[in-house]
Design a protein around this ligand. Structure first.
Ligand code: SAM
Length: 278
């Protein structure tokens, strides 16, 4: 692992390769290895474990992940980082594999070579939520996800019923995974600094996460309920069965979406499936 420790500081590496951040790719880099090492620790990855990293950019988080002894497959959309990341791979005895592609379009099972894999990423803001939904609901289930989001998005993922931030993203995320906000990262931690602060969320998929049909029903009820979040459920869910659907789910029909917990929404999803079947 000494070759990794002998690498020059990230700022020097960026300068040597004449690389500047591009806004269109959502590039805000973590150049402080103390921060990236903390994220790698929070990810709980280690020796020999398979990790998929999205958006390695200059490779600060990648270095920290490789230092743990993990085997990293990194998916980067900006080909300018290719030479720099190949140097990093050489320093890590080839434990880093680079794929130049759009992470929204890759097949994670194939990237992981059929093995279980954790996903770790300082996500590009513009595609953070669609990527999370893909990993929560798609065919590939990661061992865990340790992901940097805009703070406001992180708060919406872990939000509890009754809070302003509670909505569709909280229900879908928490129905599929246990989610915790594990680290705050102020805007000044990034180069260049974004306009807003960030936070890291750690998600571990639930054994009993909803099967595809239940998930589709959950998407339908949460879309309707939070689409009109100030209305009572019997009104916001009118097109799906309104008061009757609430009754079948064992919920009062005069409550609002923001007070219904994950179990309540799953009961509504099951009631919708039963109603459509009957
Ligand atoms: N991991 C680096 C760090 O922490 O310094 C860079 C993080 S930066 C916020 C996001 C990275 O994701 C950039 O390198 C960007 O080029 C890359 N990226 C943006 N959109 C992407 C996509 N759809 N698929 C793969 N990588 C993407």
């Amino acid at each position: 692992m000494s070759a990794l420790e002998d690498l020059p500081p990230l700022r020097e590496t960026l300068a040597a390769h004449d690389l500047l951040a591009k806004k269109s790719f959502g590039q805000h880099f973590l150049l402080d290895l103390n921060i990236t090492r903390k994220i790698a620790r929070l990810a709980e990855v280690g020796e020999g474990q398979r990790v998929i990293e999205v958006g390695p950019g200059p490779g600060g988080l990648t270095r920290a992940l490789l230092e743990t002894g993990a085997r990293v497959t990194a998916v980067e959309m900006d080909p300018r980082f290719e030479p720099l990341l190949h140097e990093l791979s050489a320093a890590a005895d080839g434990r880093l594999t680079l794929v130049i592609a759009d992470a929204l379009k890759v097949d994670e099972a194939q990237l992981a070579g059929g093995e279980p894999a954790a996903i770790v990423s300082n996500l590009p803001y513009n595609v953070g939520t669609p990527l999370l939904i893909k990993w929560l609901t798609g065919p590939f289930t990661p061992v865990s996800m340790t992901l940097m989001f805009q703070k406001e998005v992180a708060e919406r993922i872990v939000a509890e019923p009754g809070s302003e931030a509670y909505g569709r993203l909280a229900v879908i995320s928490q129905a599929c995974a246990r989610a915790r906000l594990v680290m705050d990262a102020p805007a000044r931690a990034f180069t260049p600094p974004p306009k807003v602060d960030s936070a890291v969320v750690r998600l571990v998929p639930r054994e009993d996460r909803p099967a595809p049909a239940r998930l589709a029903a959950l998407q339908a009820v949460t879309q309707a309920a939070f689409g009109q979040r100030r209305k009572m459920l019997r009104a916001s869910l009118k097109a799906l069965g309104g008061g009757e659907l609430c009754e079948a789910a064992g919920l009062a029909s005069d409550i609002r979406a923001e007070t219904v917990g994950i179990e309540g929404f799953l009961a509504l999803a099951d009631a919708l499936i039963a109603r459509r079947a009957g």
